[in-house]
Design a protein around this ligand. Structure first.
Ligand code: RP5
Length: 168
């Protein structure tokens, strides 16, 4: 029996309704071979559990946190307030303002508690995983190689399909 590797990335989201978007984060990390944990926690509905999860992340072996939320989107800031691990915020598209509300909320953290914010929705969810990988790759050669391979594969897809009139 092989031991399950300890998660290196913690993904948290404000609601189960965020999962269809955040699955892009999970899939991208899986593709890069990076173990992660994912769970739902709410800055407003479960503030104590949210604080506890963030405060204990480092001792659980996690090195980067990814926090997704929509609307007022307080979650990444609430997480960042409880840890000095890097926190990446992913704005969810939401129900009224197409995610612009969440984007501005996350990106406008006051000085002192940073949240590195990516773009709205699935593109941001994918890039959050890649950015987390880049942070890990500073001190992890296997992750650096996985990132190189990811980019090489995407470059090859372009080079293999140079004719724009044959779009899939
Ligand atoms: C936020 O409110 C969540 O992150 C989600 O994006 C949004 C809606 O949540 P639900 O009403 O679907 O639970 O807290």
């Amino acid at each position: 029996m092989t031991a399950t590797p300890l998660p290196r990335v913690g993904i948290v989201m404000g609601s189960q309704s965020d999962w269809p978007t955040m699955q892009a984060t999970a899939d991208t990390l899986t593709g890069l071979g990076i173990p992660f944990e994912a769970r739902v926690l709410s800055a407003h509905r479960t503030p104590d559990e949210t604080a506890q999860w963030a405060a204990t992340a480092r001792e659980r072996g996690i090195r980067v946190l990814i926090a997704a939320a929509g609307g007022a989107a307080a979650l990444p800031g609430a997480i960042a307030a409880k840890t000095t691990l890097p926190v990446i915020g992913v704005p969810m598209e939401g129900w009224a303002l197409k995610g612009l509300d969440a984007l501005l909320s996350m990106v406008q953290m006051p000085p002192g508690i940073p949240v590195g914010t990516v773009s709205i929705g699935k593109p941001g969810a994918t890039n959050a995983a890649l950015y987390a990988a880049a942070i890990l790759a500073v001190s992890d050669e296997a992750v650096a190689q996985a990132l190189d391979a990811y980019r090489a594969k995407r470059a090859q897809q372009i080079l293999d399909n140079p004719d724009p009139s044959k779009a899939g």
